[in-house]
Design a binder for this molecule. Sequence first.
Ligand code: SF4
Ligand code: SF4
Length: 383
Amino acid sequence: MEIQRKSDKMFLINVVRTFFSFALRWLRGLYGYYFDAFVLDELIFSITDTCNFRCRTCFYASTMDTRKANGSHELSLGEIKKISSSIGSIKNLLISGGEPFLRDDLPEICEIFYQQNNICHIHLPSNGFYTHKIINYTRAILNKCPNIHLTIGLSLDGHQTTHEMIKNVKGCFDNTVETAKSLADLKNEFDNLELYIITVVTNTNMNEIINLGEFVKNNLPVDGHGPSPLRGIPYDKTVSAPLYKDWHEFAMKFIPYHYYWAKKNNAIKSLSFIATNRIRYLYGVYTRVLKGRKLPFKCQAGNTIGVLEPNGDVKFCELDDAIGNVRSTNYDFKKIWLSGKANNKRKQTRQCSCTHACFLTPSIARSLPASVKSFFCFTMAKP
Ligand code: SF4
Ligand code: SF4
């Protein structure tokens, strides 16, 4: 009885806390939009144009080819330090690439943002190929940034044959599985490390993702598994995003897996329901966009989310053109972000739609109506 009362109280406290945090984020997001103010909350920093893979699904692979051919120079640690000091406080840092673990100064890059930008969360996606490098650098990041919440997302796009066909690298499935298991061992040392499997869903692997979900659930010591539809223009143009009807059908079947992971990660059952509702809402948004309809909320690209590329280009969104380059502003990120060119582009971005999970999830959190709807999303919207 006493335990039940305590759990109800915790639930209420968490609900109130979540609502206040949504409301604050919503106001901050609106403030940025209407006053062209600097309210960056999340930086997606692609630190390298190098990758040992050329995935058929990758929207960045052509850019990597071009930059390699042009001999483009990646930002040095000294340059990154100057950029970071021009940004001020940000909450989340998503470090991408290329393959981020191929940069030997990855832990030092994380440390710069940890020390200069008060970040509380780092997200690192990886193809999981270089197990030892990934383990060593993850350990170094956690030692250098002891109060950070570090999430690593390992990519698995199907069972062995399909995964290796999509990734174009023989043997890469086993490496990723080994990396997942080794990172799970590291979790015994660091309780601020979270580990996820990420899957890009396309017309080529659609039919086996439920089965993959079962494999991940039963065989991998991770904290969750998040499939999302293909975004951007893929390296292999024969690959495409799933049809909205197929996605909807898949989403209905996959939601129980999200509930499984939510229950595993939440001691309080009611919070697992809410976490699942939020995914259900996001999955409904994907269906809507795949059907050709607009987002039911504003994308936060260019407002609270920004992108920095290895050559210093600044973008609102990974799928769009650059608005400037920090090398031409003495590494002053804000100068580009608040320029006339940026302000004009911001107006176009408000009308934009896509299925890019890295932008949609924080954009939902920045919209009060979308947050409320996602909170109470008990059934999947009809397509
Ligand atoms: S998706 Fe990731 S792993 Fe694949 S080619 Fe692109 S950057 Fe490399
Ligand atoms: S909706 Fe947002 S993330 Fe998607 S393409 Fe438009 S600006 Fe980029």
